[in-house]
Design a protein around this ligand. Structure first.
Ligand code: GLC
Length: 452
């Protein structure tokens, strides 16, 4: 039987987004090269940023505040670390930053965050003196646990006057201005590092962490002897390195939609892997595919429903909801699209939209899994050890089939040794980890001599 125009368009999309195992192996080899280059201080798309912290011992104890700034959701926590093998306890509140906070300037941004902390303390009647750990989910150039400068904004943030500034100092100043001088930020970490720390507090096999949310990134534990670029004084034999793997750009199977998405983005040329994998972009990729095949007359009779017309107007949570519909006639997708103002969409069209959602996110899962295989095989090339990887983020947690597709890819790449990699959902680890790192910085656990 002749293929319809729509079927032909979908076969082409499938082919463009397909990443066979040989391509993934090339990606892994390139990832290893980039890791090696960055460890040697040479130019690389991976940054391998020193964090000045190693996995915790699990004996860190005390009460610490934590501030988790990841996306526009900000969490403030008070964490109690028992240090005796039991799980930490915490209270926490969520606050919401607006677009005006993340796109104006540093004073507006840090002022808003400081007020969240003040509000949290007031709401819970907390009036003592507190040390706080700060999770800042962007690339930071650290020279010690207690300070670090923003290298560049990612994920669409643009607040001016923050790049190259010490974000701990900015936050301490903003807190003092809001009359919260009783709170002192003592440590800084990326969300990946926080997530690894939170998992490793109770699970010593954890040697890497991955965020698959609005952005994506991986950190892992590296022996200091393998870090050939200068890192200054540091007393432990291993350190967690924040790779900023969302910026990985070598041997990626990019297609014309990836290129278009990058060209239209706030940071063209940057974060290529993130743009293929993470929540800020999956919806947009699906949208660009839909716009294109519609323009070629292969979908919606060539008339694009308004909901697909706006850049970044079709979020990844919609991709997720579309995938959740398992009905053979895509009744759920039709209802959703109608709710979103697309009018009545026929069964074939709804199925096509669902197929696009799966195609785009299956590729994301395969690339994300390959980056993790590259991470663990860097120091364990034959996969002879077990690795627990702490994972957090809405894409991993909520997208139907994402974890399964990642594990399938481990199988494709590692065969029977795939079982050595354990993905462990570590909810809100970035907040909890910040408190543990604050304890480490305060000497409430392994003794760390800070370089300044
Ligand atoms: C972006 C940030 C990175 C962060 C990741 C996940 O890639 O640059 O620092 O870890 O998002 O939030």
């Amino acid at each position: 039987m002749m293929k319809t125009k729509m079927e032909e368009a979908l076969s082409e999309i499938k082919r463009l987004f397909d990443v066979p195992v040989v391509r993934l192996r090339r990606l892994i080899a390139a990832f290893h090269d980039e890791m090696g280059r960055s460890l040697a201080g040479e130019p690389s798309s991976l940054q391998m940023l020193p964090t000045y912290t190693d996995n915790p011992t699990g004996h860190e104890r005390g009460s610490f505040l934590a501030l988790d700034l990841g996306g526009t959701n900000v969490r403030v926590l008070l964490v109690n670390l028992p240090g005796d093998g039991n799980a930490p306890t915490l209270i926490g509140d969520k606050f919401q930053l607006g677009r005006e906070h993340i796109t104006a300037n540093g004073d507006v941004l840090f002022g808003a965050i400081a007020r969240f902390v003040v509000g949290f303390l007031a709401d819970h009647g907390l009036d003592g003196r507190y040390r706080m750990g700060f999770t800042f989910s962007f690339p930071i150039r650290q020279r010690s646990l207690a300070r670090g400068e923003l290298i560049a904004w990612t994920k669409g943030w643009t607040a001016s006057g923050v790049v190259d500034q010490d974000v701990v100092e900015r936050l301490n100043r903003a807190l003092a201005k809001e009359s919260a001088a009783n709170v002192r930020v003592v440590s800084l970490n990326n969300d990946t590092t926080g997530t690894q720390t939170a998992r490793a507090y109770l699970d010593p096999a954890c040697d890497a962490a991955c965020i698959l949310g609005t952005g994506t990134n991986i950190c892992y534990r590296e022996m200091v002897a393998n870090i050939r670029k200068p890192i200054g004084p540091y007393d432990h034999e291993a350190m967690i390195l924040n790779m900023e793997s969302g910026n990985f750009n070598a041997a990626l199977p990019r297609n014309r939609y990836d290129k278009l998405l990058d060209d239209l983005s706030d940071n063209p040329g940057g974060q290529w892997e993130e743009k293929m994998v993470s929540g800020k972009y999956l919806g947009e990729l699906a949208r660009l595919v839909i716009v294109d095949i519609c323009a070629r007359g292969s979908l919606f009779g060539g008339r694009l429903p308004e909901l697909f017309a706006v850049r970044e107007g079709f979020g990844s949570e919609r991709v997720c909801r579309i995938k959740e519909d398992a009905d053979p006639d895509a009744a759920g997708v039709r209802a959703l699209l109608a709710d979103l103002g697309a009018g009545s969409v026929d069964v074939e069209e709804a199925r096509a939209v669902r197929e696009i959602a799966w195609i785009v996110s299956d590729r994301a899962a395969r690339i994300a899994a390959s980056a993790l295989v590259a991470t663990v095989t860097k120091n364990d090339p034959e996969s002879t050890r077990s690795h627990a990887i702490a994972v957090d983020g809405s894409i991993y947690e909520k997208h139907p089939g994402f974890k399964m597709r990642m594990e399938e890819t481990f199988g494709d790449l590692l065969g029977t040794r795939a079982g050595r990699i354990r993905l462990e959902l570590t909810h809100d680890g970035s907040g909890l980890g910040a408190a543990i790192i604050a304890a480490i910085a305060s000497g409430e656990g392994p003794v760390l001599r800070l370089p300044d």
